[in-house]
Design a protein around this ligand. Structure first.
Ligand code: FAD
Length: 320
């Protein structure tokens, strides 16, 4: 059976959920072969095997941590040469998309980014994208070389599937470009304890209707009751109520969670561009004519200062 390379996104061997989603998609196309770069391959291999990886190609070198993406491109290129895969799947993170683009250029392949689904087709993998602020859904196929496809987080639910996950060493020799851009310092972002916005299964976002930085505590409390990430509209970010890293939309982050709650957000096209592919959309807005209600699955017309605390209480009560 054909093999499909899956680039492993991990933190010191702790495999992140989007990789498990890629393994689930890869199994539709062939046998998943995971590529793990950096430390922690042994721990990662167990998780990868439990999600269908038949092999785990691992390489560790200081270059992966000390330099920007080029060493990882060298490694993936070596993996492509060793495996001759049916496709290469990567998550749609900023870093992985850069790796994907460089890899596609190196191996002379077509690339599809930000897919929301991947299926097997008669002439190779077919990727689905949601484009133009999710106004259109397109399906495309790479017609040249080994398809390189990046997939948005939460596009599929990861499914466990036991496989061998045999750990093998990937031999990598770094090219002259690998050490072109050195990482000179790192400062970890202060953790909120909440899930990463672009990967969260549930996102609760607040907009101008929240009316002040201090009132975002209401949004955070609802998010915490649901185990959700917190997002914000540009109006809320521009007002200085919430950091730009939490902005959802055209000039912010694109999220595609199972559940998106828009609170005090009107639903401008630029906001929709970042959340319209969410599976279930719920809005709380006091204006029944707000455009957000055109795209919701459930809408609550009401004052957020009444609705949100009541909803938080109800969620907490039901969770016991
Ligand atoms: P508003 O449009 O002011 O809506 C606030 C809503 O809150 C209203 O519907 C109101 O009825 C409701 N409300 C008020 N009080 C309450 C209450 N007590 N209870 C319940 N509801 C209440 N926007 C983004 O979000 N993300 C982007 O990435 C982005 N990029 C942009 C890029 C460009 C080039 C441009 C031009 C604009 C961009 N915008 C973006 C801005 C976008 O056009 C809107 O201005 C913005 O999304 C509005 O934010 P909002 O919905 O929070 O505010």
């Amino acid at each position: 059976m054909a093999e499909v390379l899956v680039y492993v996104d991990h933190v010191d061997g702790d495999v992140r959920k989007p990789t498990l989603e890629l393994l689930t998609l890869a199994r539709r196309l062939g046998d998943p072969v995971a590529v793990h770069l950096g430390v922690g391959a042994t721990a990662a291999a167990e998780v990868l095997a439990a999600h269908g990886a038949v092999r785990v190609l691992a390489a560790d070198a200081a270059e992966f941590a000390d330099y920007l993406v080029a060493p990882k491109v060298d490694a993936l290129q070596a993996a492509v040469a060793a495996v001759s895969p049916e496709a290469v799947l990567l998550p749609s993170s900023a870093e992985a998309k850069e790796i994907a683009a460089r890899l596609a250029v190196r191996i002379g392949s077509g690339i599809i980014t930000d897919a929301v689904d991947v299926t097997a087709g008669d002439d190779g993998p077919v990727a689905t994208q949601s484009v133009f602020a999710a106004a259109f859904t397109t399906t495309s196929r790479v017609t040249q070389g080994t398809p390189v496809i990046t997939v948005k987080p939460n596009s599929v639910t990861p499914e466990a599937a036991s496989a061998a996950g045999t750990l093998e060493t990937l031999d990598v020799s770094f090219g002259p470009l690998a050490t072109g851009t050195r990482v000179v310092s790192r400062s970890p972002r202060e953790s909120t304890g909440r899930p990463e916005l672009t990967e969260a299964a549930i996102v609760v976002s607040g907009g101008r209707g929240v009316n002040g930085a201090e009132n975002f505590a209401l949004i955070e409390a609802l998010a915490d009751s649901l185990g959700a990430a917190v997002g914000a509209s540009r109006a809320a970010v521009d007002a200085g109520w919430y950091p730009h890293t939490s902005q959802v939309g055209q000039t912010g982050k694109t999220v595609s969670p199972q559940l998106y709650l828009a609170v005090g957000i009107s639903g401008a096209i630029q906001h929709r561009a970042g959340m319209q592919t969410s599976k279930t959309i719920v809005a709380v807005n006091k204006d029944a004519e707000a455009p957000i209600f055109e795209l919701v699955d459930y809408g609550v017309v009401g004052d957020l200062f009444d609705v949100v605390p009541a909803l938080t209480e109800e969620v907490r009560a039901r969770k016991g």
